[in-house]
Design a protein around this ligand. Structure first.
Ligand code: NOJ
Length: 547
């Protein structure tokens, strides 16, 4: 891949995802809030060194799906603050050099949104067609076989108006009908509302769901009994989800959205990153647009979908590099509020390797809050379950509460997330007294120290920030080694996925200086002809001599 120069903030920068409920609670209700985010901006920009924050939804909401059930797109839920607090956050973030990305939830609203209330009021409502209403089949059954992602049918019967409405997620989250141009124009007005306030970007929730098959055809059965996503999801896996999402008509909407964002980008470049859970890479890459004229980036969840093995990761990266058009900018994710934490998935030692991978691959990394500490999934007792998915489909391990527990700041009660006499909305991890920001800042070899150093290195290295990618061949099977380079700078990243030492021959690169080891205990010149990676060690080497 040719090195790219003149990158924009969302290409060069690192995005940090904040789940606002779980970040900092300043008003003592056990739930994080926007003043809490404002308070920690200097942690994010100065101490940690990220470049942008993505806030999961903060809109007024009944909170059945913790904010993804939006009741008003142009206000802030009082739990988090108000519009004035949001404006303050935006100004303060920009002063700290941080861009702000908000979650835009276009597929569905809450059933408490005035649009839906109006829509369900009668067949003749002017907003009836803003949602997907259908008559029952002759036997009273739902119009087709579609299933809700969160369990059960995707249709709920409305007794008052004797029709079914569609909901890809909870029944209290009805899907908007994007085939109605008024819906598009109302949802685009909402985008303008936030861009006018000064937000820098949108994370688009379940972006590919917004267009469904025009004829609402039944999904075919899944003959292979494979997963619909990257993990077993019970009944949802019984179908191939061909018709309930990802209809090609969605691309016209994203082209329109891109034009809107471009119109706003003359002074301040704006961007959209879409949540696209598609693992067929050419189809996924289609969301950049045939002429790179749709989403700036579809989120790439590939690393969550493969075994944690060096060759599997290498193959994924090579596939993506080969799939992307020259103007399509890659991105990588190792965790978010829907996925088990990376440290739980691969273990603490490999979590360091994973972090170095995330921060050195070509493309924009998104770092999930707490992963900079190595936070693990917190076990949630049955009577503490909050996540509606776990409640609807228990026993499959789908619950997401474990990765949403409060951020661990100090060794005070509740890890400094909320006042001591207040119960946090989810339990704080049992090991928080020994794994928290305050403590890890004091520990030279902590995960936080590693994250800070890796971010600092990325920031000062053109090769890491915007250089090309090439796999380095002839390395041990359980290591993944690659080159990031510009005309001026070459960096080799060598990652040992095994828990044994491995020797790597990098003699073809000449002399090398060790810029960073995940062990944080060595630097300076190394013998490139025989570099020994210790168990679970990842290294970044700066190539010194001509090749
Ligand atoms: C994807 C979001 O990331 C998830 O948290 C939410 O439950 C669904 N979309 C529905 O909005």
């Amino acid at each position: 891949m040719t090195p790219t120069q003149n990158t924009l903030w969302w290409q060069r920068g690192v995005i940090y995802q904040i789940y606002p409920r779980s970040f900092v609670d300043t008003n003592g209700d056990g739930i994080g809030d926007l003043p809490g985010v404002i308070e920690r901006l200097s942690y994010l920009s100065d101490t940690l060194g990220v470049d942008a924050i993505w806030l999961s939804p903060i809109y007024p909401s009944p909170m059945q799906d913790f904010g993804y059930d939006v009741a008003n797109y142009t206000d802030i839920d009082p739990l988090f603050g108000d519009l004035a607090t949001f404006d303050r956050l935006l100004v303060a973030a920009h002063q700290h050099g941080l861009k702000v990305i908000i979650d835009w939830v276009p597929n569905h609203t809450s059933d408490q949104h005035p649009w839906f209330r109006e829509s369900r009021s009668s067949h003749s409502s002017s907003r009836r067609d803003w949602y997907v209403w259908r008559d029952p089949k002759a036997d009273g059954a739902p119009p087709n076989n579609w299933l809700s992602f969160f369990g059960g049918p995707a249709w709920t019967w409305d007794a008052a108006t004797e029709q079914y409405y569609l909901h890809s997620f909870l029944s209290c989250m009805p899907d908007l009908n994007w085939r109605n141009p008024d819906v598009q124009s109302a949802m685009f007005d909402i985008v303008r509302f936030w861009l006018d306030r000064g937000v820098d970007g949108l994370r688009i929730d379940t972006a590919h769901y917004i267009m469904k098959d025009r004829d609402l055809r039944d999904n075919p059965p899944n003959p292979a009994q494979g997963y619909a996503m990257h993990r077993a999801m019970g009944d949802y896996d019984s179908q191939l989800h061909l018709y309930d999402k990802g209809d090609p008509d969605v691309h016209a909407i994203f082209r329109d959205l891109r034009r809107l964002l471009d119109d706003y980008s003359h002074e301040q470049p704006r961007m959209a990153i879409g949540e696209i859970h598609i693992y067929d890479w050419p189809t996924w890459a289609g969301y950049y647009g045939q002429h790179s004229d749709e989403l700036h980036m579809p989120y790439n969840f590939g690393l969550l979908n493969i075994p944690w093995e060096a060759q599997a990761v290498r193959r994924l990266v090579e596939t993506l590099e080969a799939t992307l058009a020259p103007n399509d900018w890659p991105n990588y994710v190792l965790g978010n509020h829907d996925e088990p934490r990376i440290a739980s998935r691969v273990g603490a030692a490999q979590a360091q390797v994973a972090l170095l991978l995330l921060l050195t691959l070509r493309g924009t990394p998104t770092l999930y809050y707490g992963d900079e500490l190595g936070m693990e999934n917190t076990p949630i007792a049955p009577d503490q379950v909050q996540d509606p998915w776990e409640r609807n489909v228990p026993g499959l391990g789908l619950g997401r509460d474990g990765e949403r527990t409060p951020m661990q700041w100090t060794n005070e009660p509740h890890a400094g997330f909320c006042p001591p006499d207040v119960a946090p909305w989810l339990p704080v991890a049992p090991y928080a007294a020994t794994m928290n920001v305050a403590r890890q800042l004091q520990e030279p070899h902590s995960m936080l120290s590693l994250t800070r150093q890796a971010l600092a290195l990325r920031r000062t290295s053109e090769a890491l920030g915007s250089g090309g990618y090439q796999t380095v061949a002839n390395t041990p099977d359980d290591c993944f080694v690659y080159l990031r380079d510009t005309a001026q700078e070459q960096m080799v990243i060598a990652l040992n996925f095994s828990n044994e030492a491995r020797d790597i021959d990098l003699s073809k690169f000449g002399a090398a200086m060790l810029a960073l080891s995940t062990y944080l205990d060595r630097s300076g010149s190394v013998d490139a002809a025989s570099l020994t990676l210790r168990p679970n060690e990842g290294c970044v080497l700066r190539i010194e001599a001509e090749r």
